[in-house]
Ligand binder design. Structure first.
Ligand code: G6P
Length: 356
């Protein structure tokens, strides 16, 4: 087993470090820079212009939220549903709906059930999965593979990043064509993840906050699902209380939880409207004395409110959310490491959940 970990203490850390290559695999042959298009060969016979619904669980649900947001940005009507909440009564689809199951394993019972209900109601179905010939891949009308390679750690890491890029490409396939800048940003993500891995201060941040009472993360737009995912990673492997929030929702309740012993991780990229608003929320947190860790490309003035900065290379918001997530994966990993948790096999959790 040690040999399979290639010198890393845990599969999780190994898989975090595999992301530059797994993301390259995800993109390989799918971006045509000369033509300025994305080509997903598996989906060449999808001709869809109706609404899109995502169904997924856990980490894959956060990727689904991200995908829905990206599709909406490309002028496609899209929503993400928790698979376990999707089809308890009447399935909200018609023959024009494309229902996309996002599932790393392709075997999650809740997701399979939602896909089956959708198919029965007449929807077209698509599995976005890591596992060739999985139940989801076999049962759906179409399958898009994220090509992340096997993931052993129970806490999903590289598969989430590959889901993000695969869903970004799906959005270009179904919605507006990418601009040249968007294509270049996609292409550059794997190399930028490598930069994050080589330069990160996540270990020092983890050491500073290993004894915190709770951990909060906030973001807007593409960074909101990443805030949720960062908190889920933290819960899964540290067994500590962690919550992710939409940055704008803090003032509607969660702010009451903030103390000087609850670090808040804020994801801020670029210097546009989204960044400006999140910085406003960061100021509200800072004035309540909570420690602030910003995950940022440094383009805005957010660093002036930060106790710690986790820097990521400058790119667009979509790419930035992939990079920010890598920093949060590493912080969760190093806190769990400091607490001597069973990182690859957290208590009570399973890699693939085949009961509803
Ligand atoms: C389990 C795993 C999670 C995963 C979820 C969905 O709960 O522990 O890490 O996100 O299942 O898995 P899927 O294979 O459908 O992506």
């Amino acid at each position: 087993e040690d040999a399979e970990k290639s010198g890393y203490d845990h599969y999780m850390l190994k898989e975090i470090h595999e992301q530059p290559s797994s993301l390259r695999q995800c993109l390989r042959g799918r971006i045509d820079e000369l033509e300025g298009t994305v080509n997903l060969e598996e989906l060449s016979d999808i001709d869809h212009d109706g609404p899109v619904q995502f169904v997924a669980c856990g980490t894959s649900y956060h990727a689904a939220m991200f995908g829905a947001e990206r599709l909406r940005a490309g002028c496609v009507s899209a929503q993400a549903f928790l698979a376990s909440e999707y089809a308890s009564d009447r399935v909200p689809v018609d023959g024009d709906t494309l229902v996309v199951g996002v599932t790393q394993s392709g075997e999650t019972a809740d997701t399979l059930r939602a896909l089956r209900e959708a198919a029965r109601a007449g929807a077209t179905t698509l599995a976005v999965t890591n596992t060739v010939a999985s139940s989801a891949a076999r049962e759906c009308d179409h399958a898009l593979y994220i090509r992340a390679g096997p993931e052993i750690g129970v806490a999903a890491t590289k598969t989430f990043a590959s889901q993000q890029l695969a869903l970004a490409m799906l959005a270009f396939e179904l919605g507006d064509d990418p601009t040249r800048a968007e294509l270049e940003a996609l292409r550059d993500v794997p190399g930028q993840v490598q930069t994050v891995l080589e330069t990160t201060d996540a270990k020092a941040v983890a050491e500073a906050y290993v004894d915190a009472d709770a951990y909060f993360s906030v973001g807007r737009g593409y960074h909101y699902p990443v805030a949720l995912e960062g908190a889920l990673k933290m819960k899964e492997i540290t067994y500590r209380h962690a919550e992710g929030f939409a940055a704008g929702e803090l003032k509607h309740g969660p702010l009451a939880l903030v103390t000087e012993n609850t670090p808040v991780f804020a994801i801020v990229t670029g210097d546009g409207e989204t960044a400006r608003k999140t910085i406003g929320n960061v100021k509200q947190i800072a004035s309540r004395d909570a420690p602030i860790v910003v995950v940022t490309d440094g383009k805005s003035r957010v660093t002036r409110y930060a106790d710690h900065v986790l820097e990521i290379p400058a790119t667009d918001d979509l790419g930035g959310s992939v990079l920010a997530n890598v920093q949060l994966q590493l912080v969760a990993y190093w806190i769990a490491h400091g607490l001597e948790r069973s990182i690859d096999k957290p208590r009570h959790l399973a890699k693939s959940v085949t009961v509803e």
